[in-house]
Design a protein around this ligand. Sequence first.
Ligand SMILES: Nc1ncnc2c1ncn2[C@@H]1O[C@H](COP(=O)(O)OP(=O)(O)OP(=O)(O)O)[C@@H](O)[C@H]1O
Length: 295
Amino acid sequence: MSAPAIRTEHLTKRYGPVSALDGLDLTVPAGEVFGFLGPNGAGKSTTIRLLLGLARPTSGRAWIFDIDAADVAAAHQRLAYVPADVALWPRLTGAEVLELLGAVGPGVDRAYRDELVERFALDLSKPAGTYSTGNRQKVALVAAFATRAPLLVLDEPTSGLDPLMEREFRRAVADARADGRTVFLCSHQLAEVEAVCDRVGILRAGRLVDVAAVPDLRALHRTEVQVRFAGPVPDLDHVPGVQAVERTGEGAVRFTLSGPPGPALRQLAAADVSAVSMREPTLEEIFLDYYGEDR
Ligand SMILES: Nc1ncnc2c1ncn2[C@@H]1O[C@H](COP(=O)(O)OP(=O)(O)OP(=O)(O)O)[C@@H](O)[C@H]1O
């Protein structure tokens, strides 16, 4: 078994009375694309700072491929990082910045870097001081993806990118996965997490609320079903898996369905159904459920 890309054991960070991170136990196996979600102030950036050795834990430990995160020189040979707010040296051109960033990491795949520069439509001839937020972000992303680092730690990497560039970002994550690299992605963009991640960890008020595969996270939750009946509306209230039954008009019913759909489908099949639609909740709705509930 290869070492996990990230492992934390009861990782905790307190700032005075504030528990920014409270006993995080997390393992991200090598090769996984892991999404890290949570509302503002949940502790995502704190986690990243601890993983990068930019802050010291109050208690607990973290390892990057079995290297103690506190051993910064060794750990950073295995990772590349894109911060949420990318700051670049304003007088260096984009090309010079890429050279500099490439020189400090674990080595660069230059051919792939050139390809990414094309794909992200970066003009490297300009001084970085003239770049927009999105262009600075693109430089940092190209620099990170083009390293040979087996772990990419990305903090809100696409907040400044337009939809075309967001698509390129997703392609680059897919390339990384195909190469067996690990991606740790902090994001508020649920569609993005849904599209690129294998598993998602949800953090709330410094605590890990759940870790789930994206399909399982969906399966945990209900499907919304709308049915229109030509004849009498059957009693759905006591059918296993059916909840929140609501009359939405003459002969129309809406309900949510969780677990195996058989009992509900049998009840519907016995009635005179003229139209039916089923909708899976988006990850956003699932996500809001988590934060709406007091858990
Ligand atoms: N240097 C610090 N001093 C005091 N409190 C801090 C410090 N850094 C973070 N905190 C607190 O720790 C908690 C977690 O903050 P953190 O920045 O990790 O959250 P986050 O999940 O990254 O949020 P966001 O999505 O807004 O970036 C917050 O309550 C924050 O106010």
